[in-house]
Design a protein around this ligand. Structure first.
Ligand SMILES: C[S@@+](CC[C@H](N)C(=O)[O-])C[C@H]1O[C@@H](n2cnc3c(N)ncnc32)[C@H](O)[C@@H]1O
Length: 354
């Protein structure tokens, strides 16, 4: 058997490369911090999730399989095990409105995707952050690496699959209508359309559409007026009253695309004053993986409204929590390394650092 065909069973080393500084200060150990809107924790996020309000959006920027920080794995094959306990916790806290943004390399994401699916996360779209040629600045010897230089990362959008009475929405809609005893085509009359209801809302496969809330309400009204008496109420999740348009609206994640955006995000890598510097060096980047605030703002604005809750389980310098605060969202962030935690916290205490 060739070496590459051997399936790896043990996790490899997780000693990170490239930590630019270590604080040897004798100051008291860092502790959690909150201003009532942003809540930052130091330690392992796995121990903190139970204290956090339910998320509208989770922004995951954790292990990449490149030894990028202490605790990162040395290759992508260890990533599924690394992420699984977190993904399990996210699923327990998620609602039908929750979006997950999963940052990673292409191969890192590909290895974790089956775990995300297993816990109820449904793939929506893969966005690529193109950092441009400036990211490599001509420093790559392609005859040595024998591939094209990588100047991108992905940020993949997932939604949490909503269920009512154990059924995904598409199946639940059909089965509720069937229970009424009314013919399927009567749904068109209920919704005031020619054939869109049976074609779109009762499709059994990928052509299924989520009925707009006002259309859903018409369907519900019709079913509860003309459906068989013994099965009422129809389209109810508590078996007491039928759902309203406003209840139905909460059964899907939020999404607003700002004008002109596509799934390719052209944005140079973080440089200059945007990059937080390691203390006492004034030149070295404090964290290899600091994300641009504008990209964090983009994804937060797209999938949340003001006052909604963002989770940032792998905080680093807490770029997502900072973007959340700028947009008047609440956030819960956690960072394992006290040095990064302290430096990240400074961004909230000293606005000029942002
Ligand atoms: C890719 S970096 C995040 C960078 C961040 N997005 C930023 O803009 O600064 C991942 C961070 O997660 C932290 N981390 C890893 N495992 C963690 C865990 N279980 N709980 C909390 N933080 C963790 C690492 O120390 C590292 O700083």
């Amino acid at each position: 058997m060739s070496e590459s065909a051997v399936i790896k069973t043990n996790a490899t080393s997780t000693v990170g490369r490239g930590k630019a500084f270590t604080s040897h200060s004798k100051e008291a150990e860092p502790s959690n911090w909150s201003d009532g809107q942003v809540n930052l924790f130091v330690g392992d996020s796995l121990d903190k999730y139970d204290q956090w309000a339910k998320p509208t959006t989770i922004i995951s920027d954790g292990a990449y399989g490149i030894l990028g920080f202490e605790g990162d794995t040395s290759d992508h094959m260890d990533l599924p095990d690394w992420y699984e306990p977190h993904i399990k916790k996210w699923s327990e806290a998620a609602t039908a409105q929750t979006t997950l943004w999963f940052w990673n390399s292409e191969i890192g994401w590909a290895s974790v995707h089956p775990i995300l699916e297993k816990y109820g996360w449904r793939y929506v779209n893969c966005n690529s952050w193109n950092k441009g040629k400036g990211h490599i600045a001509g420093n790559v010897n392609t005859s040595k690496i024998r591939r094209f230089p990588v100047v991108s990362e992905v940020c993949v959008q997932y939604i949490f699959e909503a269920k009512i009475n154990g059924q995904i929405l598409r199946d639940w809609l059909r089965s509720e209508w069937k229970r009424t005893g009314l013919p399927m085509k009567k749904a068109n009359e209920a919704c005031g359309v020619k054939d869109a209801a049976t074609r779109k809302y009762f499709d059994k496969g990928h052509l299924w559409y989520f009925p707009p809330p006002e259309v859903f309400e018409k369907m519900v009204h019709f079913a509860n007026t003309f459906g068989a008496e013994e099965g009422k109420p129809y389209f109810s999740y508590d078996s007491i009253k039928p759902m309203k348009a406003s209840d139905w609206e909460k059964m899907r994640s939020k999404f607003k695309c700002p004008h002109g955006y596509t799934n390719i995000w052209e944005r140079s890598s973080l440089r200059g004053s945007e990059r937080i510097k390691a203390p006492k060096t004034n030149s070295k980047s404090a964290h290899l993986n600091q994300k641009p605030l504008d990209l964090m703002r983009l994804i937060i604005e797209a999938t949340t409204d003001e006052e909604d809750v963002i989770w940032e389980p792998f905080g680093g310098l807490f770029s997502a929590s900072l973007a959340a605060r700028m947009l008047n969202r609440k956030s819960y962030g956690c960072e394992l390394d006290p040095d990064y935690y302290n430096l990240g916290l400074e961004r909230f205490r000293t606005p000029s650092l942002v």
